[in-house]
Design a protein around this ligand. Structure first.
Ligand SMILES: Nc1nc2c(c(=O)[nH]1)N[C@H]1C(S)=C(S)[C@@H](COP(=O)(O)OP(=O)(O)OC[C@H]3O[C@@H](n4cnc5c(=O)[nH]c(N)nc54)[C@H](O)[C@@H]3O)O[C@H]1N2
Ligand SMILES: Nc1nc2c(c(=O)[nH]1)N[C@H]1C(S)=C(S)[C@@H](COP(=O)(O)OP(=O)(O)OC[C@H]3O[C@@H](n4cnc5c(=O)[nH]c(N)nc54)[C@H](O)[C@@H]3O)O[C@H]1N2
Ligand SMILES: [Mo]
Length: 702
């Protein structure tokens, strides 16, 4: 009989739930992966992407899948053909380091661009070692803007830090607004707390242009025209103030600029809000009154509403609502955007060398950044010069050919013969197809990591459950080896993963007190050292410069923004719906994949099926589109075919399709991001993923 053991791990995916799990390992092979019942947020239950209840799904399947890349691979065909041959690590490291050295010597360090994002949100396999290597190399820096940069900024202008309600506290709420978030799909471990509240009589309202799984389960779905949430929040404030439903004491003690807000609200009569949002004035009024008069009332605001031209401002406005009604005073009141601001880790930068302030490139505009035209490239540069052009691209923890905006611009860049591209990944993704080298990375079952969370308040440790498969190596190990091959000999470039974890935990902050490596080894996770209940702003104490919730923000004025809440319209979303005009495209989180991850796992691939665009009957009829037809979605950037589903599950004028679709799993070789612009949001320079006009036409009947 071989040995069986249980190992604690944590899901590294870009998801607020940050689940704790237990892996059963028999004879060195992972055989079962289930939720860690001791974890107060995860419990026994894992999402359908991760758990191993059936043989053809979940992490275990993904880890042992036959098409996993387990050896360094070198391109043999033309760029983008996707043909490779296995090579030894020695050969790969020697050639990559000599190419990088040559490029740096000839064009300078800034001609090397990293593209990394959220493949893993681990502190260690994320940027701990890569950032040391890249700083030592003098590479361009990348602005990590894809997901939460707009809302993060907007929230901080109002509240001061990414701190808000904890998920557990939703069970105490009596009225819950789920705003621009599809909880059951993208944050499913919040849902049991919402359900607990409902069992005690709470009502749940979902504000979303799409009737999602969550909207369908709620007490009420309020469809909203995409990108107009900022105006809805202003309308709600107006009703609350006009009816005297605000909390005078809380407002006077803990907010800044209420008088100025009153003047601003004069500009927001309900009819104006109704005509912008597409929500009837009476419904806005009823929503505001119920929100302000039910105690405690909570808002779960998430990412959907910030991927628009005015996404930052929308988040800022909504974040002001709880202070206006004093919701922060009670357990179960307030707003949750992210809990990430509660975590404080030790400094992981290297002391052995300085960090040059090299140019900063916005990943939202990767397509522009890869252009050989200086004027186009300039659009991607946030600090520094458009020269030199990008000559080497190091891709890890990301799949930009699928997930980043303006796919066709990115593909044009990746096809350049003079661009040297190295991709670290588990599979031959759409991006890896264009690589010169693919390096086999380990998965969470095979490496160490340390995690915070943006949806709860627990730190988690991930222990390797199994040995790396094949010749796979962790990101950290690959960057250590690259550093060595480049001849960089600073000791910090040799720190082990456990060294790095200990450095991250070596911090003097009250929230982190008592959270040690030894304790995490023993218990797997630990709650931040926060008071219970955690009522961050019951008595004010906001993290803004004034210490108050800022209706008026000096920092916004200094940044050239309107210092008061205002409405910034979407860039592309058509205001009026014309029979042959464009529709507003939304491509939000898919239920059976996580961004582009999992879409190649057999069970999940079947569940995802073919790309399907939901279109309202009122929009389908004038375009002659019937349920099941093949339609073409197109705009000035690209096109993509999908199956049409005609149903009143979107508001008229909106077409909804699941998020980043792999090019190679599509109907016509184009993914969703072929349609998405490289334009930036009002704050944070994030992509406007859901602020997209598309023309929809029928291609064929099926
Ligand atoms: N299953 C699954 N879970 C995931 C992910 C996934 O891909 N799949 N992705 C993970 C990641 S990286 C993230 S960032 C989060 C994202 O998860 P969420 O925060 O839920 O964000 P999205 O899925 O982008 O969009 C949520 C909802 O916003 C709606 N929406 C779009 N535009 C607007 C608007 O203008 N106003 C309003 N009110 N609503 C709008 C969309 O229709 C969608 O239903 O989920 C994480 N969890
Ligand atoms: N149209 C549209 N586009 C979107 C979105 C959308 O809703 N609609 N969502 C956006 C959002 S919210 C986000 S966060 C981004 C995500 O954008 P990305 O971070 O580019 O996308 P992921 O799909 O998370 O892909 C990450 C890749 O990392 C790999 N990976 C995972 N773990 C590791 C590891 O340990 N080491 C290495 N080397 N690789 C690893 C995975 O196999 C995967 O190929 O996509 C964005 N793109
Ligand atoms: Mo994200």
């Amino acid at each position: 009989m071989g040995e069986t053991k249980l190992v604690y791990g944590v899901c590294p995916r870009d998801c607020p739930d940050r689940c704790s799990y237990v892996v059963e390992v028999a004879d060195g092979k992972a055989v079962r992966l289930v939720g860690n019942e001791k974890h107060p947020i995860t419990g026994k239950f894992l999402c359908p992407k991760v758990c191993s209840q059936t043989p053809d799904r979940g992490y275990i399947t993904r880890t042992y899948q036959k098409d996993r890349i387990l050896h360094p691979m070198k391109r043999v065909g033309k760029k983008g053909e996707g043909r490779f041959r296995p090579v030894s690590w020695d050969e790969a490291l020697a050639e990559i380091s000599s190419r990088l050295t040559e490029i740096v010597d000839r064009f300078g360090g800034e001609s090397v661009l990293p593209n990394s994002y959220s493949g893993t949100l681990g502190l260690i396999q994320g940027e701990a070692m890569s950032s040391r290597f890249l700083a030592r190399l003098g590479a361009s820096r990348i602005h990590h803007s894809l997901c939460s940069a707009a809302g993060g900024k907007g929230y901080k202008y109002s509240i001061g830090a990414n701190v808000g309600m904890l998920p557990e506290d939703f069970q105490h709420s009596r009225f819950i607004i789920i705003w621009g978030s599809n909880t059951i799909t993208s944050n499913v471990h919040l849902w049991p707390f919402v359900q607990k509240a409902r069992h005690k009589g709470a009502r749940v309202v979902v504000i979303d242009p799409v009737r999602t799984r969550t909207a369908a389960q709620a007490d009420r779905w309020i469809p909203i025209r995409p990108g107009t949430d900022g105006a809805l929040a202003l309308g709600m404030m107006k009703v609350i103030v006009d009816r005297g439903l605000y909390d005078r004491e809380y407002v006077s003690r803990h907010t800044l600029g209420f008088d100025k807000l009153l003047d601003r609200l004069d500009e927001w009569p309900l009819e104006r809000v109704a005509s912008i949002t597409g929500i009837a004035a009476k419904s806005i009024e009823a929503l505001a009154v119920e929100y302000a008069t039910t105690e405690p009332s909570a808002i779960r605001m998430n990412y959907g509403l910030q991927r628009h031209g005015g996404g930052g401002m929308a988040v800022r406005n909504i974040a002001l609502l709880p202070a206006l009604i004093g919701a922060w005073k009670l357990q179960g009141g307030g707003v949750l955007l992210s809990t990430s601001g509660l975590f404080h880790f030790g400094d992981l930068t290297c002391k052995d060398f300085g960090y040059p302030r090299t140019r900063l490139v916005n990943m939202t505009r990767l397509g522009d950044a890869l252009s050989t035209d200086t004027a186009i490239r300039k659009r991607a540069i946030m600090e520094g010069s458009p020269d030199p052009p990008v000559k080497a691209l190091l891709v890890y923890n990301s799949n930009p050919a699928t997930t980043s905006p303006d796919q066709n611009a990115i593909i044009r860049g990746l096809l350049r013969d003079d661009l040297f591209t190295v991709v670290l990944d588990h599979f031959q993704t759409d991006t890896a197809d264009f690589a010169d080298f693919i390096l086999p990375a380990t998965t969470q079952l095979e490496h160490w990591d340390l995690h915070d969370s943006y949806g709860h308040a627990y730190v988690s440790l991930n222990r390797p459950a199994i040995e790396p498969l094949g010749e796979a190596k962790s990101n950290t190990e690959i960057f250590r080896l690259l550093a060595e091959a480049m001849g960089f000999d600073e000791p910090c470039l040799r720190d082990s993963d456990v060294d790095l974890i200990k450095q991250a935990l070596d911090v003097d902050h009250s929230h982190m007190r008592g959270i040690t490596f030894e304790r995490l080894l023993e218990e797997g996770f630990a709650r931040l050292n926060l008071p219970e209940p955690f009522l961050p702003f019951a008595d004010g104490g906001f993290y803004t410069p004034s210490g108050k919730c800022e209706f008026y923000s000096e920092r916004m004025a200094a940044a050239g923004l309107d210092p008061l809440p205002t409405y910034i319209p979407p860039h592309e979303v058509p205001g009026r719906n014309e029979p042959d005009g464009p529709l507003a495209l939304i491509t939000a989180s898919p239920h059976y994949a996580l961004n582009s991850i999992f879409a190649n796992v057999p069970y999940l691939k079947r569940k995802l099926g073919k790309p399907t665009a939901v279109i309202h009957p009122d929009d389908a009829a004038p375009r002659g589109i019937s349920d099941g037809d093949i339609v073409l979605l197109r705009n000035q950037r690209g096109e993509m075919q999908a199956l049409a589903r005609v149903a009143p599950d979107v508001m008229p004028g909106v077409v909804s399709m699941p998020g980043p679709w792999w090019r190679k799993f599509s109907l016509d070789g184009h993914g969703t991001n072929a349609l998405i612009p490289q334009t930036e949001t009002d704050m944070g320079a994030a992509p406007t993923y859901y602020d997209v006009a598309v023309w929809v036409e029928k291609v064929a009947e099926t």
